[in-house]
Design a protein around this ligand. Structure first.
Ligand code: CAA
Ligand code: FAD
Length: 379
């Protein structure tokens, strides 16, 4: 693995950093407080190429590598983790899944608009009773010859109301268990498809999370991705890459909280000196910086594995497991370093602490990452 970033990767990182600082920072507290979806910001991210970074130029994307994607995710997440989850779902779950496994017609129909940010996508696997245990799909896609009849409920769907295209996982042949599952492309305006209420969340409040209801939704057969029964493999493959994106999101939350803490510790005085002169604060900063660097290396290793077409299920899970813990630990310490000011909204770190928690839950909880890692170790 080459530890030196290329000029192109450095340029992507700089562009993402500039965008985040100049365009996301100013309104982030208000968007969080009012659960305001960052529509304008996402549109600009699309124009700058951040919504379809790895999509090949043939389909209107940036044709970039996963390392560049990780670098951009870190920078955007340092400032606004709501924007970065919207970006992550669109890039690594929806666009990547469609480009890898969609047919030519599906790619031409959806990818250019998704990659430009003209529309965004959602990935719909979780259900009220099937989260970690994802094979237990209750949503059904009954085979009716030329179409599927989709019935059921999905839970916790990111971009739930703002998306135009939904990749919906559903069971067609229950007797085949997970091998009977399909994934269907569902357009938002399809009759029988209803978006449920928006969740009122602890963190990433700018992103919209909804349940989705499907009642006798007719989905043409040509909207199935891959062969009959490929849906669960599709979900697992897509999530293996998605976890690298969420790891980078967690890394960004941690490094954002660290940077604010470092600055604050050199400004705030207590007992006649800057608090950075107290060894207790210095040690906190040392621990934060060390774990953040380790998390970054794991993220880059997983991204590099993916770019080199090596197996990345284990390295991606390790990156997510470690980076999400780093995000949580770092954000908690960032609040501590800020003292009482850390507890109020204007200083940003309380939001980062709230945002950090979800990185240990979605795209597979930390416990599920340990299952993935240990199975890979033992196989
Ligand atoms: N690539 C390809 N196939 C894979 C795979 C991978 N990385 N991992 C597993 N599979 C296949 C297996 O080969 C197996 O297929 P065969 O039987 O045909 O060989 C099939 O999947 C089932 O595998 P398991 O027997 O290992 O299944 P399991 O029931 O024990 O569960 C699990 C495995 C890893 C726990 C899985 O259920 C899982 O990942 N759960 C977490 C779900 C999750 O991450 N949800 C995220 C939703 S999206 C989201 O959250 C987005 C967001 O927030 C922004
Ligand atoms: P459960 O599976 O019920 O788990 C509860 C607890 O039990 C967890 O601590 C878990 O780790 C533990 N546990 C479960 N099984 C085991 C086991 N075998 N061994 C050890 N511990 C175990 N899903 C989507 O499909 N698309 C999305 O866009 C999406 N976005 C989301 C956005 C937000 C804000 C949230 C909160 C969730 C989102 N999700 C999405 C769902 C998310 O992926 C699930 O919440 C997650 O996979 C966990 O599932 P669960 O909530 O059902 O928890």
């Amino acid at each position: 693995m080459d530890f030196q970033l290329t000029e192109e990767q450095l340029a992507v990182q700089a562009a993402a950093r500039d965008f985040a600082q100049n365009e996301l920072w100013a309104g982030v507290i208000e968007r969080d407080e009012h659960q305001k979806f960052p529509a304008e910001q996402i549109k600009k991210m699309g124009e700058l190429g951040f919504m379809g970074m790895m999509v090949s130029p043939e389909y209107g994307g940036g044709g970039m590598d996963t390392v560049s994607y990780v670098l951009a995710m870190e920078e955007i997440s340092k400032v606004d983790a709501s924007c970065s989850v919207i970006m992550s779902v669109n890039n690594s779950l929806v666009c990547w899944g469609l480009e890898q496994y969609g047919n030519e017609e599906q790619k031409r129909k959806y990818l250019p608009r998704l990659a430009s940010g003209e529309i965004i996508g959602a990935f719909c696997l979780s259900e009220p009773e099937a989260g970690s245990d994802a094979t237990m799909q209750r949503t059904t896609a009954e085979d009716k010859g030329d179409h599927y009849l989709l019935n059921g409920t999905k839970n916790w769907i990111t971009n739930g109301s703002s998306a135009s295209v939904y990749l919906v996982v559903a069971q067609t042949n229950p007797e085949l268990k997970h091998r009977g599952i399909n994934v269907l492309i569902v357009d938002k305006d399809t009759p029988g498809f209803v978006v449920g209420l928006k969740e009122n969340k602890l963190g990433i409040r700018g992103s919209d999370t909804h349940s989705l209801m499907f009642t006798d939704v007719k989905v043409p057969k040509e909207n199935r991705i891959g062969e009959d029964g490929f849906g669960f493999k599709f979900a697992m493959q897509v999530l293996a890459g998605g976890r690298i994106g969420i790891a980078a999101q967690a890394l960004g939350i941690a490094s954002g909280a660290f940077e604010l803490s470092l600055k604050y510790s050199k400004e705030r005085k207590a007992f006649g000196v800057e608090i950075s002169k107290h060894q207790a604060i210095q040690f906190k900063l040392a621990d934060m910086a060390t774990t953040i660097d380790a998390a970054r290396l794991l993220c880059l290793q997983a991204a590099n594995d993916k770019d080199q077409h090596l197996d990345y299920a284990k390295s991606g899970a390790m990156a997510k497991l470690f980076a999400s813990k780093t995000a949580m630990d770092t954000a908690v310490e960032a609040v501590q370093i800020h003292g009482g000011y850390g507890f109020v909204k204007e200083f940003h770190v309380e939001r980062m602490m709230r945002d950090a928690k979800i990185t240990q839950i979605y795209e597979g909880t930390s416990e599920i990452q340990k299952i993935v890692i240990s199975r890979e170790l033992l196989k």
